[in-house]
Design a protein around this ligand. Structure first.
Ligand code: PMP
Length: 433
């Protein structure tokens, strides 16, 4: 009973702080217009940035893939579950996103969460250092914890602060010559004196002394973009590696939607790219693109790759079809419409009495402040058939609770008109909250 008492107390505490989450049930496909909990609504909650999740070609591709490969993969990738559909998709992804390193390979994962755990935990070991942006996604943070590396948090988007942090660590790691001091004399068992060096605390294998910098490309709760060129420059100066989680950029940013690295025109062997396939690509799964040796290591050692059933091949097949849409004229048309919606939404939010975030991406937050006011505004919009999620701590810092307006190429100008009217008429409700 003690555990249940504890959980009930925890749940009551969450409720008292306005932090209880409630799931809405979608009764149609994910699209701009949906039936949710029995009502027709306009959704601004999904990550379906290109409006592909309900695209008939993708639903058709799932059916086609299931007809060819069946419903399930039947096993993990290393033990009988690796399908030709997975293999083809990986080649396609490497060709599409691998321009930043010669001979790039791709590895398909069942989810982005697992891909990030794999990268962060398999490439480092105890003694290594991970430098993580303060606003990184939970999966990068959890991967860093799993790695047993020392984790350093740098201020959000601040390449200069990161540079200083790594620089200070590098100095601390440099062994001072014993005769100058800085090394503590120690009597060894045989009675001689030796010196312990600071550097001795870090492991001798490369994975135990690697420096990994990790960052989201587009920050999922703010919509701003990391200064990737500056971060890569810092990484190169310190012989570190830069892991870029492009969950919210893949398919949207860069020419043909090739993602944030392509958009920034970066090239380096020390880049590791993670993209997800359940957002702009409209299906499910994720992938890592990197130097071929890195990918081979992940296949051999990444536990979230090895010890899990491979995603259904039909899903991988549908992603392959989605990539063709993303890269082609349809993708261009959808990205252009999305840009138009982003610009209009910025204008709409600037006209409210709340605080928009300076975002040029499909994630358009409106900071309200308290949990109560944010929930009241979300509820007032909900009454008008507008689903705009309230984001609260711990997802965002206390006092910065916000509405997160997610745009999709499936939205029309009429949908934005409704959002604008909704925000205007909901204002008085929130003042009272
Ligand atoms: N990284 C970021 C930045 C994300 O927002 C998400 C999903 N919300 C993930 C990784 C995890 O991806 P997936 O949903 O495929 O597990």
């Amino acid at each position: 009973m003690r555990l249940l008492d504890d959980l009930n107390q925890g749940l009551a505490d969450l409720a008292a702080q306005g932090l209880t989450r409630r799931r809405k049930t979608i009764e149609t496909g994910c699209a701009a217009h949906m039936r949710v909990d029995g009502r027709e609504i306009v959704g601004f909650a999904s990550n379906d940035y290109l409006g592909l999740a309900s695209h008939p070609a993708l639903a058709g591709a799932i059916a086609e893939g299931a007809a060819k490969f069946g419903a399930g993969s039947g096993g993990s990738h290393l033990l009988g579950g690796h399908s030709d559909a997975h293999a083809q998709l990986e080649q396609q992804l490497a060709a599409f996103c691998g321009g930043f390193v010669d001979g790039a390979r791709a590895l398909y994962f069942s989810t982005g969460y697992m891909a990030n755990l794999a990268v962060m935990s398999a490439l480092s070991a105890a003694g290594a250092r991970i430098y993580s942006d303060r606003l990184n996604h939970a999966s990068l943070i959890d991967g860093a914890r799993l790695s047993r590396a020392e984790v350093r948090i740098y201020p959000h988007g601040d390449a200069a602060a990161l540079d200083a942090l790594i620089g200070a660590d590098d100095v601390a790691d440099t062994p001072a010559p014993a005769h100058i001091g800085n090394a503590a004399p120690v009597r060894t068992a045989d009675g001689r004196t030796s010196f312990t060096m600071n550097a001795g605390t870090r492991g001798s294998s490369a994975r135990a002394s690697v420096k990994l910098i990790s960052t989201d490309s587009v920050f999922s709760m703010d919509g701003d973009i990391a200064p990737l060129a500056a971060l890569l420059e810092v990484a190169q100066r310190h012989e570190a590696w830069l892991v870029v989680d492009d969950a919210h950029g893949f398919g949207v940013l860069g020419e043909q939607g090739r993602g944030a690295l392509a958009a920034a025109g970066l090239r380096s062997e020390h880049l590791i790219y993670v993209g997800t396939l359940g957002k702009a690509a409209g299906v499910a799964g994720a992938f890592v693109v990197a130097h071929p040796t890195v990918i081979e290591w992940l296949i051999q050692r990444a536990r979230t790759y090895i010890f899990t059933t491979a995603a259904p091949p039909a899903v991988a097949h549908a992603v392959s079809v989605s990539l063709k849409l993303i890269a082609g004229a349809e993708g261009d048309r959808r990205r252009a419409h999305l840009s138009h919606l982003i610009a209009r939404t910025r204008t709409i939010l600037a006209g409210t009495r709340w605080q928009p975030v300076d975002s040029h991406t499909a994630v358009q937050p409106l900071i309200i402040g308290t949990n109560e006011a944010t929930l009241a505004l979300a509820a007032a919009l909900d009454e008008q058939g507008l689903w705009v999620p309230a984001i609260r701590p711990p997802t965002v810092p206390a006092g910065t609770s916000r509405l997160r307006i997610s745009l999709s190429a499936g939205h029309s100008d009429d949908d934005l008109d409704r959002l604008e009217r909704g925000l205007r008429s909901a204002g008085p409700t929130v003042r009272a909250a």
